[in-house]
Design a binder for this molecule. Structure first.
Ligand SMILES: O=C(O)CCC(=O)C(=O)O
Length: 273
């Protein structure tokens, strides 16, 4: 078991659970090298706006890439990493699909946070505990660099959301933030939070950039039809009788490639260092 019974019970009761040191140092270095590569290639885009929801900000940056799997074999393989597979099975049950994968990068100084929201305001599944994100700290995530905050038990209330005027596509809500739990995590730590958990990140007030990668997983019985119908090219089944290790969705077997993808990302990192 990757998560203890207490951790699973905490998630089911409060809507989130943090797991420091979920990934090894080696895996974490591979994440960092991969994020550096994506940055060098200019794959991330600034979603921050001037306060009108449209005009690209010239003073703040909230860099994102969604989806990541087309740009990164490492991040395409991560949902098939055995500990990830086991943890998600424990939290939401089988069968489940990968729903989304994305990078959130806050540059040092002008890195803007992502305002309060519940993922279920976008996805609207009938039971907000049947979908979960895993948010992975690629670099140490601290109060100073705007780490994640979550409101315990907030999945029990669907807050009203409106357009976030400081982002070109996000929506936001106003949960009781005085009740928030601030989750500081060393690089390689993971925070699991269900689709109903209100969460946000803050501004990066340090000199160094900080990235988080987030993967959303959804129990297939709660997925809207267009996410699970035949012929879609992504959103693979990770577990259950329709899981093919990525073959059906990506045309190649991704399951089982994790170690070699970690090695490749590290080699690239060494080559450019
Ligand atoms: O890292 C961030 O800024 C926000 C992450 C987030 O909102 C998510 O993973 O759903």
């Amino acid at each position: 078991m990757v998560l203890t019974n207490e951790e699973v019970a905490f998630f089911r009761s409060h809507g989130y659970v943090a797991k420091p040191g979920f990934f090894s140092d080696r895996e974490t270095r591979a994440f960092q090298a991969e994020i550096d590569r994506l940055m060098e290639e200019g794959a991330l885009r600034n979603v921050a706006t001037e306060g009108d929801g449209k005009t690209a900000s010239t003073t703040l940056r909230n860099l994102q890439l969604c989806p990541m799997y087309r740009h990164s074999d490492l991040f395409r393989a991560l949902p098939f990493q055995p500990d990830v597979v086991a943890a998600i099975s424990q939290l939401i049950g089988d069968p489940y699909i990968l729903h989304l994968d994305q990078v959130f990068l806050k540059p040092g100084g002008d890195g803007m946070g992502t305002h309060w929201h519940q993922d279920n305001a976008y996805f609207k599944i009938s039971d907000p505990l049947k979908g979960t994100a895993v948010w992975i700290a690629v670099h140490d995530a601290t109060v100073d660099n705007g780490t994640m905050q979550v409101v315990p038990d907030s999945y029990k209330t669907a807050y009203e959301h409106s357009r976030d005027p400081y982002s070109d596509h996000h929506i936001r809500c106003y949960p009781p933030e005085e009740q928030a739990d601030t989750i500081e995590l060393k690089a390689g730590g993971a925070l699991f939070f269900c689709y109903g958990t209100a969460h946000c990140t803050g501004q990066n007030r340090t000199e160094k950039h900080r990235a988080g990668i987030a993967f959303h997983f959804l129990h297939a019985d709660y997925a809207p039809k267009q996410l699970i119908e035949d012929g879609r090219d992504y959103r693979p089944y990770i577990t259950g009788s329709r899981a093919t290790g990525g073959v059906a969705e990506y045309g190649i077997r991704v399951d089982g490639t994790w170690e070699s993808e970690v090695e490749k990302a590290l080699e690239h990192g060494h080559a450019v260092a």
